[in-house]
Design a protein. Structure first.
Lengths: 163, 756
């Protein structure tokens, strides 16, 4: 599509990224995935119900499918790809693997981002706070049990790392 | 002699909680799902779908759509070069509707364009002139001979009776009811997606698809494209869950056709609403059932009439029906039965495979009956189930003898022994109370209930189908390379296969080759069958390689190969001192073996429903504890206790994940998940309106895995994927009945069913 195309910049994972030849109606999720080569954020509902597309935008966990990319030019955006460099794993990512929190893995990036955000703002959440924090992220495979375990393990690891 | 195994659990052999090899890629967002695939110069494909449940197509006008900049191709039924229809059991579903549309969402045309938005505009510009017909959306009505037959194959997809024993027996105790189940969606998160890359000159196509069964897709696509099977090469695209919904063709043929038409790569990807239209669902069912029993509660006879609404096309309805009628007795002894089952075509969305496959419907009915029977006989839900519990050697109503390990009594007793949850605390946080943070429920309206469900589930395909699996094992320099076409949908075969190789061959490093059609079929990732079937194939291939390795070592070191065993990571002479590491023993050689695992043959049912139609069975018990706000009709599932017959635990953490995940899906069916239909139209094809269990809906799950290795199974392990989701639904329904005193004959149970 060439009509209505614009050029604008987004601040993604600490880098300024130019978006060109884009239709202004594109969502942040579409631009991240299809234009900026960042397919880690997933699309599964287009309505902000499933959380698969969760990114951090100016310190808030948001559904990138609900954000117009062109309105995010002044924001700092962190995607799952920006959580670590060089394929190292965060405590949350590591715990997802060791506790069996990953099955098909489609919800995983969104959950990882949501949980990183939770633990950054609340390093020692109660079990109910964990449940509430991730209740906007749907997982169809696990029934959430192993994901709760992963969060608990990540909390312990992060605490130990700080000592 | 030192043949005692030193295999340590530290190595990721069978029995260890080995970790997923794809785990790191998945948590980093680097795992390539089929929706993440790209090709240079690719176009996007999209599908035009019928807005009507039943209509005649008068004309299709593509001219306005072709005027849109960026539109490269539009195809309809006329552009299908080969077979115009496809289907898993009978080929009755058009690639594109040509004269008649039979359900809302039926594909009519497909477009290829430079951007998804261009596709959307092109679809909107295609003018289809319909003559709207009155849809047949009631399965009972559709069955009548006087009703309009909506398909050349007729409205009755299959009728199957089961007649056995005394047809006139009347029990001292008789209980009967009609039970209904709504239409459930698999709701996998990773939407349908595929990438098709055409060969030059249109000689073939390379496809990357999220599917459950590569070779079945290959066969059906080739027929529609009128190309030799080998010209359709399919590689598995990363699959974001399946649960049955990827067993049928969805966008595969459309995507391949557009690629061949445009000579460019085509990517197709459904949105969530389109996904609801684009795949089959769990059959809604209506089941009348009457139990005859002695005063002591012993079941003597079952009568049942089961009607499954298959929707507009057959898909796997015939097989779903067979599972329904052959499992209607539940995991209980019964000698006499009179069962009639019907799978019926209507103008509702097509139904087919979903986790549990016909047994979910049957189980909801028989377990609801068990509670009625318990009341009538003055017994508890546990007592009535123990009295009737099936054992190995019992004859089913089909005449088939249960040869599988059948620890039904143990499943019930071990579930019963699991500690009950604490009562709701007076100062409980709002999130622990029914209604959640809305603070809608008053404590005095909350009633706790307990309910039971027990089930039997067949494993693998039935009725004479040989759903074999193939695997190749190569050993070189201590590294094993495994090749198979087994689809990983999240269940964990990518973890299990290396565990098998490590156990059999004493290696540590195992590489899994690309999953594609360049090897024989593995069958479908469905029917709880891949651990047994593809696990059996990998095990068989590894054993052949091991035999060759022993021959090689024996020849070089002058030892009878029959004396050699694998001990930890060494080849060891069990009668002498000789020992060599597998790495050293396999250095400089390549051993390459392929193995097909076939399960034992099964038979079709005869007209009276008699025959050894199933391969094997697994069993499970569930006990649910719920809190119900009886005034508002709100339900919170507090705890699900379960003991499952797994044969043997091969990977504890993966097994627990299957159990917890299945329970969540069964919970969804019990209290929230339903595709609501209004005269054939879906009213809630979105995740806003189709409710799925969230983290706040997840109950405490306490699971016991009962290990009685199954002699028939190659690894002693039964399939564990389906049983968790089957009897948890009736257990939750029973718990709600227990709390409310209401009959609740239909799931999902809605607030108005409880409080109005």
């Amino acid at each position: 599509m060439s009509a209505n195309s614009e050029v604008y910049d987004l601040n993604v994972n600490g880098q300024k990224r130019q978006v060109r030849d884009a239709w202004v109606g594109e969502s942040l999720l579409y631009v991240l995935r299809e234009r900026l080569g960042l397919p880690g954020s997933k699309g599964a509902c287009e309505q902000g119900e499933c959380g698969s597309c969760t990114v951090i935008m100016d310190g808030q966990a948001v559904c990138s499918c609900l954000v117009m990319a062109a309105t995010a030019v002044d924001s700092q955006i962190t995607t799952v790809e920006g959580l670590t460099s060089d394929n190292s794993l965060t405590a949350v990512q590591d715990a997802f693997i060791t506790e069996g929190g990953v099955q098909c893995g489609f919800c995983t990036p969104g959950l990882v981002v949501a949980i990183e955000h939770l633990l950054d703002t609340n390093p020692d959440p109660s079990q109910l706070e964990i449940k509430e924090a991730i209740s906007g992220n749907i997982c169809r495979c696990t029934g959430y049990g192993r994901i709760f375990e992963a969060v608990n393990t990540a909390v312990s690891t992060r605490r130990a790392n700080k000592l | 002699m030192s043949n005692a195994t030193k295999t340590s659990i530290r190595r990721d052999v069978l029995g260890a909680s080995a970790l997923r090899p794809d785990g790191a890629a998945k948590v980093l967002g680097k795992f390539e799902f089929s929706s993440d695939l790209h090709a240079e110069h690719m176009l996007w494909g999209a599908t035009l779908r019928s807005p009507h449940p039943y209509a005649r197509i008068i004309s299709i006008d593509l001219s306005e759509a072709y005027k849109i900049d960026g539109v490269e191709a539009i195809i309809t039924s006329e552009d299908v070069p080969g077979k115009k229809t496809y289907g898993l059991i009978s080929s009755d579903q058009p690639v594109f509707a040509s004269k008649i549309v039979r359900y809302v969402g039926e594909p009519v045309a497909a477009v290829a364009a430079d951007h998804p938005e261009t596709c959307r505009r092109a679809l909107a510009a295609i003018k289809v002139n319909y003559e709207v017909l009155i849809p047949i959306t009631d399965a009972e009505l559709a069955m009548l001979p006087s009703t309009t037959q909506i398909h050349p194959d007729g409205n009755l997809i299959r009728h199957q009776r089961i007649i056995t024993g005394d047809q006139n027996l009347q029990g001292e105790i008789i209980v009967e009811a009609i039970y209904e189940m709504g239409m459930q969606d698999q709701a996998f998160l990773g939407l349908e997606a595929a990438l098709a890359i055409p060969d030059s000159g249109g000689a073939g196509v390379e496809m990357f698809v999220a599917t459950q069964w590569l070779h079945e897709d290959q066969k059906q696509i080739a027929a529609c494209l009128d190309l030799p099977i080998e010209k359709i090469r399919i590689t598995l695209g990363g699959v974001g869950g399946a649960f049955g919904a990827r067993e049928d063709i969805s966008l595969q043929v459309h995507c391949a056709l557009l690629a061949l038409r445009t000579s460019r790569p085509i990517k197709m990807q459904y949105g969530r609403e389109e996904s609801f239209y684009g795949h089959v669902h769990r059959h809604p069912a209506k089941i009348w059932i009457r139990h005859h029993a002695t005063r002591a509660g012993v079941i003597q006879r079952i009568e049942s009439r089961m009607v499954f609404d298959g929707g507009a096309y057959a898909s796997t309805s015939a097989a779903v029906l067979i599972n329904g009628v052959t499992h209607i007795q539940g995991p209980y002894k019964c000698l006499n039965a009179t069962v009639d089952g019907y799978a019926v075509r209507t103008n509702n969305p097509p139904c087919g495979a979903m986790r549990g496959f016909g047994v979910v419907q049957a189980c909801y009915a028989h377990e609801s009956q068990m509670d009625k029977l318990a009341v009538a006989c003055g017994l508890s839900p546990v007592e009535i189930r123990l009295i009737n519990a099936m054992v190995t050697g019992d004859k089913l109503i089909t005449g088939q003898v249960v040869e599988s390990v059948a620890p039904v009594e143990r499943c019930i007793r071990e579930t019963d022994a699991i500690e009950m949850p604490a009562p709701l605390a007076r100062n409980a946080n709002a999130l622990e109370i029914v209604g959640g943070s809305g603070l809608t429920s008053l404590p005095h309206n909350i009633v706790r209930g307990v309910g039971w469900g027990v089930s039997i589930k067949n494993l693998m395909y039935s009725e004479s189908f040989d759903d074999f699996a193939t695997a190749r094992c190569q050993l070189q320099n201590g590294v094993v390379n495994l090749k198979f076409a087994t689809v990983e949908v999240g269940q964990g075969f990518v973890v299990l296969a290396p565990q098998i190789a490590r156990s059999v061959l004493g290696v540590d490093e195992v590489i899994i080759d690309q999953v594609d059609t360049r090897i024989g079929s593995a069958g479908s990732t469905s029917a709880s069958r891949q651990t047994w079937m593809s696990g059996g194939a990998v095990d068989g291939a590894c054993r052949l390689v091991r035999q060759r390795l022993f021959e090689h070592v024996g020849k070089i070191h002058n030892i009878d190969p029959l004396r050699l065993v694998i001990e930890d990571t060494d080849v060891v002479d069990m009668l002498g001192d000789f020992r060599i590491s597998v790495i050293e023993a396999s250095t400089g050689i390549l051993i390459d073996e392929t193995f097909e695992h076939h399960h034992r043959p099964t038979e079709e049912l005869d007209k009276n429903g008699q025959g050894n139609c199933h391969v094997a069975f697994a069993f499970v018990a569930h006990r649910a504890v719920v809190d119900v706000d009886v005034e508002l009709g709100l339900v919170k599932v507090i705890q699900v206790a379960t003991a499952q017959d797994v044969g043997r635990v091969l990977n504890p953490i993966a097994a627990l994940g299957q159990i917890e995940g299945g329970i969540a899906q069964g919970l969804g069916l019990a209290v929230m998940e339903e595709i609501v239909l209004d005269n054939g139209k879906m009213r809630n094809p979105s995740f806003t309106d189709y409710l799925l269990p969230t983290a706040l809906d997840a109950p405490q799950v306490i699971a016991v895995m009962i290990e009685e290795p199954e002699p028939q199974a190659p690894l002693g392990a039964k399939g564990i994927g389906e049983p968790p989701c089957i009897s948890v639904t009736p257990a939750i329904a029973a718990a709600i009945r227990n709390a409310t005193g209401r009959d609740l004959p239909r799931v999902p149970i809605r607030p108005q069913d409880i409080c109005l």
